[in-house]
Design a protein around this ligand. Sequence first.
Ligand SMILES: [Zn+2]
Length: 438
Amino acid sequence: MNGSEGGGPERVAPGAGAPGPRPGEPESFQEMWRGLAPLGLDRGSGGYRRYAWSGADAECREWFRAQAESRGLVHEVDRNGNQWAWHGDPRAGDAVVTGSHLDSVPDGGAFDGPLGVVSSFAALDELRRRGAEFARPFAVVNFGDEEGARFGLACVGSRLAAGQLTVEDAHRLRDGNGVPLPRAMEAAGYDPDAIGPDPERLARIGAFVELHVEQGRALDLSGDPVGVASAIWPHGRWRFDFRGEANHAGTTRLADRRDPMLPYAETVLAARREAELAGGLATFGKIAVEPNGVNAIPSLVRGWLDSRAADQGTLDAVVSGVERAAREHAERAGVDLDVVRESFTPVVDFQHALRDEIRRVLEKRGRGGADTGGRAVPVLGTGAGHDAGILSASVPTAMLFVRNPTGISHSPAEHAAEDDCVAGVRALADVLEGLACS
Ligand SMILES: [Zn+2]
């Protein structure tokens, strides 16, 4: 069935001459990868610009639909614009679902998101080659607007479905050009009045597994091609406003200045120190200065702290340490300080039963088809957010990570070796066979 049972009509037609496979002839992993490669690629930066509801996004969605149809899967778009490709009866319940997202950050890499979607279709092909018989319904999903590159909020498609983003708040989202989310959806041919919680759809999912390129170097350091996620770290953003006094850089004596740049600079160093001490992460990656003149002492320095840690206690220790240092240095410089928590996401602990089941399957069958020799599959925490983290509140959820040799992500340098991608597909097929097949 095309279109949506949930009311989100779909505009993109499978146009004549559209790229993609013919029905009944599924593409290989490499062919799928080559088909996606040019979509949304910026030739200047070498990175991807696949923003929600853009032309590049429509091309990626058309690619997904073609992949679904070539495998004889039932293609659906739900009320929030997420795409589903079903094998078996979507309404039967207790479905096993796998997938990720196809959108990107500005000038993002090729792997974050697409590796999970391509691997999901490839894993289904692998199961069919093995002659596996499905005992449960199965679906591949492409969640919409995961990166939040256009509207500033990540995981909009899964948040809406899970009821973690209200329709009112979603309707208030605007992109950098002031275009509201509803107008962007409408322009792409979707119905913004249809969006909202989708508990019935989520209730039909018995397990969701997301394969993702690792966004760190844990697997590279341990020498493993594939790992299993334990948890998504608690993380948040805090805004530090240092207010001093604007004045002339050439005529104001050093002793007379109330320069907010000084305590800000000390705070950046303190963040690094506190993170090292506690074993967490702390980053000032964005700053706004007023009046922002070369020859003016600033009146305001506003810095944003992003902090993450494996557990809440460590995160609290880092952030309170940074705030304490900021207050000391602000006082010494005669500068006022306000600290505001702008967002916070508590720890997401993936379901232990599903995680243990996945480890058992992988260790029994051997990762990537190779004998593990009884070696344990690594279990890793991650500091990055994912749709799997959003869904984990409503659905038993797990993640597989594929080694990224440099750990670089959200950049054209993001990479996974072909052998490791193949190992990821086999591991995902093993997991899906263990979960969905009798
Ligand atoms: Zn991702």
